[in-house]
Design a binder for this molecule. Structure first.
Ligand SMILES: NC(=O)c1ccc[n+]([C@@H]2O[C@H](COP(=O)([O-])OP(=O)(O)OC[C@H]3O[C@@H](n4cnc5c(N)ncnc54)[C@H](O)[C@@H]3O)[C@@H](O)[C@H]2O)c1
Length: 357
């Protein structure tokens, strides 16, 4: 997604996709062939030689921090994948170094770019459901995500780190309030039975400073036959109305033959007809008149948004004038919530208070 977004940004004449760093030679070879990007297997060498204006980081969750700090110390703007870091202290360090060096630090909370969420946020802000009182959100992946997508680091992640942070950030953004306390429980069994030592699902209750409460269910063990890679949605109830966004069933549905659901990641289901509901709002690829790929969707936009912010800064714009992007502070709050969720699970579902910023 990063390479698609940034290569399109470059093709549209806004900047240059200068380099790709990875430790895996096969990835470097494949991506270089597809995107024509110079490759490096060493971050420092790339930073020394290329001196980029911005870097986007999509390494496994626990490896964001050191790469981000290395870039920020050199005065390079950073977009980091969610979760910003898996420790509160790591997020604070990233924010501190970004501030010291006057750098943009943005987090890829792409759910904020989903047009249905943009609409929901605007309706809530205009008071169309009154004062938000409570809500529910869910995000449940097919088992292929932990089983096939993340083989090398799956056991150091779980549904709360991989999916929960998205939802926690989305709700904070919708209700414009911080979480003060959390209680959570977890389910285990299915993933452990196939040798993956992590939770199947996490159930969390978030209490916000404003008095709002939200329940969140995230899971990693839906059967392969589930018709979408993820069941997801959000319901918000207020004093004068309610609204539900069903982000799984978006109105397109079919029973198709072969691997059909691979807009993101791989569809590992065997050939043979199966049900399918695509999320074309996330990612859509078509070709232009010259047969170049053209990418669209909120998965692309949230990365391009960072690139446009960097172009604004390198063109002489001031960091203080940028607004509306998921910031280091937003990344920190999502990590604080997720850390408290784990603490509560370890303490049998006890209510855990979050420290103030
Ligand atoms: N925004 C979203 O919706 C979304 C979706 C999926 C994944 N993610 C996040 O993106 C990140 C990557 O996830 P993924 O599924 O692509 O993981 P992945 O394991 O498929 O890819 C990670 C890549 O990082 C490379 N890598 C590992 N250590 C490195 C290092 N020190 N320097 C350079 N490269 C290194 C690996 O070789 C691999 O190619 C994670 O933080 C994940 O949570 C976000």
């Amino acid at each position: 997604m990063h390479l698609r977004a940034l290569s399109q940004f470059a093709r549209d004449g806004h900047g240059e996709l200068a380099a790709l760093v990875d430790l895996d030679p096969q990835i470097l070879e494949q991506r270089s062939a597809e995107f024509g990007v110079p490759t490096y297997d060493n971050l420092e060498r790339m930073l020394d030689e290329v001196q980029p204006d911005g870097v986007t980081i999509a390494t496994p969750d626990h490896l964001h921090r050191e790469i981000a700090i290395e870039c920020l110390r050199r005065g390079i703007n950073v977009l980091v994948e969610k979760p910003m870091d898996v420790t509160v202290e790591g997020c604070r360090e990233m924010m501190r170094v970004a501030e010291e060096h006057g750098c943009l630090l943005q987090v890829d909370f792409m759910k904020r770019k989903d047009p249905y969420h943009i609409d929901l946020e605007s309706r809530i802000r205009k008071g169309q459901i009154g004062d938000v009182q409570y809500g529910y959100s869910w995000m449940e992946d097919r088992i292929e995500v932990p089983r096939d997508w993340l083989p090398s680091w799956v056991s150091s992640s779980d549904p709360a780190w991989f999916l929960g942070v998205h939802v926690f950030d989305l709700i904070r953004w919708l209700v414009k309030s911080d979480v003060t306390a959390v209680s959570a429980t977890a389910s285990t069994g299915k993933l452990r039975s196939i040798g993956i030592d992590t939770y199947d699902a996490v159930q969390a209750k978030l209490l916000f400073e404003s008095g709002v409460s939200f329940s969140v269910d995230v899971a990693w063990h839906l059967p392969d036959a589930n018709e979408a890679i993820v069941n997801q949605g959000i319901k918000a109830v207020g004093s004068d109305g309610w609204m539900i966004v069903d982000s799984q069933d978006r109105g397109a549905r079919g029973c198709l033959t072969g691997p059909v659901g691979a807009a993101v990641g791989s569809d590992t289901r065997e050939a043979g007809a199966s049900m399918f509901t695509p999320n074309l709002g996330l990612f859509l690829q078509r070709t232009d008149l010259w047969n170049n790929p053209v990418y669209a969707g909120y998965g692309i936009e949230s990365i391009q948004d960072f690139a446009f912010n960097v172009a604004y800064l390198t063109g002489g714009g001031a960091l203080a004038d940028l607004s509306g992007y998921p910031s280091g502070r937003d990344g920190l709050e999502a990590t604080k919530i997720t850390t408290a969720v784990h603490e509560s699970i370890d303490r049998g579902g006890e209510l855990v208070q979050l420290e103030k910023q």
